[in-house]
Write a protein of this length. Sequence first.
Length: 750
Amino acid sequence: MIIDRNISKYIVFSEDSVINALRKINQNKERIIFCVSSRGVLEGVLTDGDFRRWLTNSNTSNFEISVLDVANKSFKVMRYNSSPDEIKQEFSDRVGHIPLVNSQNQLIAVARHGSLEIKIGNFIIDLNSPAFIIAEIGNNHNGSIEFAKKLVDQAILSNADCVKFQMRSMPHLYKNSDAGYDQADLGAQYTLDLLSRFQLSTEELFEIFDYCKIKNILPLCTPWDLESLEQLEKYGMPAYKLASADLTNHDLLKAMASTGKPLICSTGMSRENEIKEAIRILKEQSAPFILLHCNSTYPAPFKDVQLTYMDRLRELGDCFVGYSGHERGISVPIAAVARGAKVVEKHFTLDRSLEGNDHKVSLLPFEFESMVKSIREVEEAISSGSSGARRITQGEVINREVLGKSLIAKCDIGAGEVLKESMLVVRSPGNGLAPSRKSELLGRKALRSMKAGDFFYPSDLGEQVSKPRSFSFKRPYGIPVRYHDFMKLASLAPFDLLEFHLSYKDLELDILKYFQNQFFEMELVVHCPELFAGDHLLDLCSTDIEYRQHSIRELQRVVDVTRTLSKYFTQSKSPLLIINAGGFSMDGPLPSSKRKGMYELVAESLNKIDKLGVEIIPQTMPPFPWHFGGQRFHNIFIDSSEIEDFCSRYGYRVCLDISHSQLACTHQNSSFKDFLEQVGPYSAHLHIVDAEGVDGEGLQIGEGVIDFEMVAKILNKHAPRASFIPEIWQGHKNNGEGFWTALERLEVWF
């Protein structure tokens, strides 16, 4: 199935004439058009079959009447946000196109039956695939097979998907190539001289291709003549690149197309009518092909690149398009990918000062690697979104709470009082009802008594929320609290434990002020701060010795506070202290070879802590943790085998964060079930919360992707005594409404 968002080729306005509609059907070669109003609302469908039936049954042959008078107004239509499986079920022998509309019935895209993909070696190029990136070595080996192998090695290190060479049979290709160059024009004379000196033989090129296969990178080649194509066919080349110079060489083009192999065709130096003629030949031969936009100037001025012509190429060929670049730098191919390029080709060298024109426009290995990295980042940024309604990302949710604003009571308000403008004020943070909903509050009767400074919540608009009650679980449970709210929240349900989430500011507070010699028949769990004064993020495996020592000192302070807190919890003999042990990096994940040493440093750091009366448990981590509204990369306590090894080697248990670990498994494309079975036996405490994608943590139960029935079944077997809290993001708001909802939903499984 193909979702075609280029709908212009399908559309005619409903008031257009039948003859214009027929022209559109003829142009798009899809045998169907859609009639829309001036606002884009879908009103009818016309196929060539519909037209024939109208022509047969009608008493008129007036082709100037409105197309809507002829169009079929009873047709299959689906919502744009329908799942692929739902759409596929609607295709049949009679239905090959399904219009996809938004909530206003405006045409957004067309689903086409069939599969649009091109396979080159082990690479599949389709609508959702990353760009296929070619390092064009060409003749930059300068006739040296050893230098060619070095170029291959460096292309691999630069993360190229493919290395491409060129093959020429000089006697078959150049006029009088054996009679010297004295009669050639200066440019041709220069080129012929280079080629005569820098050609590799057919056998040498085959040796290079074999070397590529050993090194596990795909080799491709451009045949410049029929003799070279014949040799490459004997070798078994999986696909071919057609040089810009040969787009008008129809004999070679037909021969390449007749192989049935995928063709990547550059269009540099060609006029549009020549491109159309090449496309006609390719389609007549039923050849799978990709068109590359290209400006064959070395180097090409940026003003001449005309990157938007990629869109025209896509329309002309009704095919995938790409970009072959000869301009300086890497910005244009990155932009090409943003415009939909599925193939990117750039020349590759180890030294731009070497003899030969191509070296001058080639990328050095570090530049090529930077280009690939940037392209992959752009692809991630594009694929992570949609053209539908905007959705707030997890990082934005966090910053919206911190930086946003809320509706707050300006004065004391009694239950039943009518809410007026003078009673409300807008203040930060964004913990409560958004200011944009103020009109919904005005004129309502207050549903509860409020103090000046209290936040308004959706429940103040009458929206239903879960309430605290006595919950029934097979294991100890509690909720996360802070000093300022634990007294109130602890009184709302009979918890087995409270988990105090400390900030570095909390370490300076007088604990007695909050407890006032009150004692709780519960267990105590403490969550260590991540951030300490001076923007110090706890990192027990930092290679900076002073930084690590600072972290050890801060953790010792938290241990001391935990011991003091435990005096007020009569059931807590050895309170659990949850830590995020560190191991983050700013610019990308670290290689696995470095991780073992990081675990060793964590264990070494923990050995320096006076842990008497406290059990420290590292928390399982997500791959992309949110640190105060920004994202980092995490490296340890995300892999189940490494966690198991750490626990068994050093004698620790962990806090298993369900959300974090689901995200890690999604990122690693590994089994979450296997993760739970491996880490479950070492789990002392659980954070139970939903998740989505690779960084969507802290979601309400049932609002992510986690199968909690499966999770409960495994943990009830492998960690039956582990306690838990529902660690819902901002669950404490409105007297803990997020926690009550989570506990209510979890009760059926745990």
